[in-house]
Structure formats: C-alpha cells, structure tokens
Design a protein around this ligand. Structure first.
Ligand code: ADP
Ligand code: MG
Ligand code: MG
Length: 252
C-alpha cells in the first residue's frame, strides 16, 4: 500500500492565502472525491500538489510514503507516481499521441528497460478500445485539434498507460456529455485496485454516480470542512451547501 499525505497545507497565490490548512490522507485502493463551491481552492490544491510554480506553499507538508513531495521537481513528482490530469502540454507540434505516451512511459523506466514496441502497441490498442477511441487518435499530434471530449478521454488514456500510484483528476467531467462521462468513468474504474489511489475533484455529483467514491470531502474557504462517505455527495446534490454552511457557521 502507498499513502499520499497532505498535512496543514497553506498555499498563497500572489500573496493571497487560498489554502488555509488542508489535511487529507489518501491510500492506494481508495477513491476520494473533493466537492465544494467554486473558488474554494480545489484546483489550487491539485496544482500545489503537482508543483505549479505559481502556487506558493507557505506551510504544511505533502508526502508520498514519507517522501517529501514538495522538495521534488515536477518531473520527479510524476516519476514518484503522481499524475495530474492536465499536467501534460496542451498541444505538442510534431509529436504524435503514441510517441508522446511511449516517451512518457519510458521516462519512468530505467535506461535499458524501455517498453518493447510491440507490447506498447498492444496495450495502447486495448486501452483505446476500452475508451472507445478512434484508432487515428494514436497517430494524431498530441491534443492538436482534439475536441474537449477527446482531450478528456486522452487524459484517461494517459492515466491508464502511465499507471501512476495516485491520480488527481480536476473537473475531468466538465463539458462531457453522458456517453463521454460513462466512458471516462469506465477507464477510472478499471484503474481501481491495490496499486492505485485517486482524488477526484468535481463540482457536480453526477460523475460520482459512475465512479463511487470511498470517501467524500467538502472544501470551503480553503479548508476541508467535512468528510463522509458517498451519501455526503448525494446530500449535497439534493440540498446544496447552505445546510453545511449553517452547520459550520460559515458565511456564504
Ligand atoms: P476552485 O477550483 O475550488 O473553484 P480555485 O483553486 O481555482 O478554486 O481558486 C481559489 C481562489 O484562488 C479563487 O478565489 C481564485 O480567484 C483564486 N485564484 C486561483 N487561481 C489563481 C491565479 N492563478 N491567480 C490569482 N488568483 C487565483
Ligand atoms: Mg480510508
Ligand atoms: Mg477548480
């Protein structure tokens, strides 16, 4: 089992404190969802964990099996087993999707232990089938002219091929129609297991109808203010956030 532990995380953007002490522990074999109103710092949390330079960590820690993630360069974080949907370049001229994936996989492996081309192709074919992706998506240039839905599917393809220990999926559901949502969820559900933990950030409960989380957390004003099981997401969907703000004495 691997553990990603976030403790007392405070993060500022341009001198303004956005995260005000976030605590969260995610183990492999667990899917966690973070919900919460817009502007409460959900994406800030994802970006800070992945090392976006704009986000300044003023205190707290993020560790992966005890290793200090915040000390690592962005590519070291990926090599240590973290994956953030959206972490990869939006468009890469002249590099096909398949080439990009193969280099990303090989970058995580030891020199001399590169993935054999045939196994790579076989695995890529199988996963593209699962995600109902057209085969020409492999030979197209990365993200060039991909539709919104194709980009999201491709992010899940990257996830399935790279097999990180932990993935952070920030609003992977935004702009997806029901078919695309179902397929993207199928990919994430296929990853579930002993070697995979996931943090799903979503504004809507809809995605959680397809990917049942083990733990649900609500973030408000830069903190995790409530945690529970899947029923918490359902209650938020039905009743909104007002009851929780009242319960906690937070101004809307
Ligand atoms: P969420 O994902 O929960 O909607 P964000 O983490 O995106 O929230 O944003 C939290 C707060 O930080 C918001 O008040 C937002 O305006 C601010 N913020 C986010 N990104 C930036 C940025 N790059 N520069 C300045 N302020 C930002
Ligand atoms: Mg648990
Ligand atoms: Mg966000």
């Amino acid at each position: 089992m691997a553990t990603l532990e976030i403790k007392g995380l405070h993060v500022e953007i341009e001198g303004k404190e956005i995260l005000k002490g976030v605590d969260l522990t995610i183990n492999t074999n667990e899917i966690h969802a973070i919900m919460g109103p817009n502007g409460t710092g959900k994406s800030t949390l994802a970006q800070a964990i992945m090392g976006h330079p704009r986000y300044e960590i003023t205190s707290g820690s993020v560790t992966l099996d005890g290793e200090d993630v915040l000390e690592m360069e962005v590519d070291e974080r990926a090599n240590a087993g973290l994956f953030l949907a959206m972490q990869y370049p939006s468009e890469v001229a002249g590099v096909t999707n398949a080439d990009f994936l193969r280099s990303a996989i090989n970058a995580k492996r030891e020199e001399g232990d590169e993935i054999p081309l045939m196994s790579f192709i076989r695995e890529l074919d199988a996963k593209m089938d699962t995600l109902e992706m057209h085969e020409d998506m492999a030979t197209r240039y990365l993200n060039e002219g991909f539709s919104g839905g194709e980009k999201k599917r491709n992010e899940i393809l990257q996830l399935m091929m790279l097999k990180p220990k932990f993935a952070i999926l920030d609003e992977i559901d935004s702009g997806l129609d029901i078919d695309a949502l179902r397929i993207v969820s199928k990919g994430v559900n296929e990853m579930r297991g002993e070697n995979f933990g996931c943090l799903i950030i979503t504004h809507y409960q809809r995605l959680l109808d397809y990917i049942t989380p083990d733990h649900v957390h609500v973030m408000m004003q830069g903190k995790v203010v409530k945690s529970g099981g899947p029923e918490l997401a359902q209650k938020l969907e039905a009743e909104g956030y007002d009851w929780l703000q009242q319960e906690l004495g937070i101004e809307a």
